[in-house]
Ligand binder design. Structure first.
Ligand code: TMP
Length: 203
């Protein structure tokens, strides 16, 4: 069976992590082996880079290069082997997050991220990207309700509005790969939309 690469995207507080286990269960119930992972992270090196990127103020290009460094290691150790083995790789964020956060949020040129993406993973792209979309104010309220926030979560509303706009722009450019979910509705409503998206695209 061919591997399947599914990514979850959205601004902080959109609720994608809440739904990751539900998505994994749908695939394992259908008899698939599921590898759940995240970026930045998913490997020892990647998790160390994650702590640095989420914890320390830094130059925006340094930030961009670090997320790609973590991604290169993650692809080598986790993503490519799992896809080769025919597994479903369910990845919490991938390169769309770099276009959204570093280009949309921080103003890094798109050409720089496109070049790094091509160097790091060539033609490899997700088979399906679920974009959990909600307005920045709703997402912010959810983030603030959590106990501790990281360096990204402390950004202002304008930052998240730019990130969200960039995500929606990407979804418009690649409608075949993206499925935009209204993450502002009830959990049951989001799950029903996820089930439809998976049935259409992946199962
Ligand atoms: P998470 O909390 O959803 O796991 O994501 C961690 C943070 O990392 C999130 O605020 C977005 C940020 N991030 C980037 O800025 N660029 C990237 O390429 C990735 C993968 C994450």
């Amino acid at each position: 069976m061919a591997g399947l690469f599914i990514t979850l995207e959205g601004i902080d507080g959109a609720g994608k992590s809440t739904h990751a286990d539900y998505i994994a269960r749908r695939f394992s119930d259908a008899g698939r082996t599921v590898v759940q992972t995240r970026e930045p992270g998913g490997t020892v090196i990647g998790e160390r880079i994650r702590a640095l990127v989420l914890g320390e103020a830094m130059d925006t290009m340094a930030e961009t290069l670090l997320v790609f460094a973590a991604r290169a290691q993650h692809l080598r150790e986790v993503v490519r082997p799992a896809l080769s083995a025919g597994s479903v790789v369910l990845c919490d964020r991938f390169t769309d997050a770099t276009f959204a956060y570093q280009c949309g949020g921080r103003g890094v040129p798109e050409s720089a991220v496109a070049t790094l993406a091509s160097l790091t993973h060539g033609d490899l792209a997700p088979d399906l990207t679920l974009l959990f979309d909600t307005d920045a104010g709703t997402a912010r309220a959810r983030v603030v309700a959590r106990s501790a926030t990281d360096r990204f979560e402390r950004e202002d509303l304008g930052f998240f509005e730019r990130v969200r706009a960039r995500y929606l722009d990407q979804a418009r450019r690649e409608p075949g790969r993206f499925c935009v979910l209204d993450a502002g509705q009830s959990i049951a409503g989001v799950q029903a939309a996820i089930a439809r998206a998976i049935a259409q695209h992946a199962l």
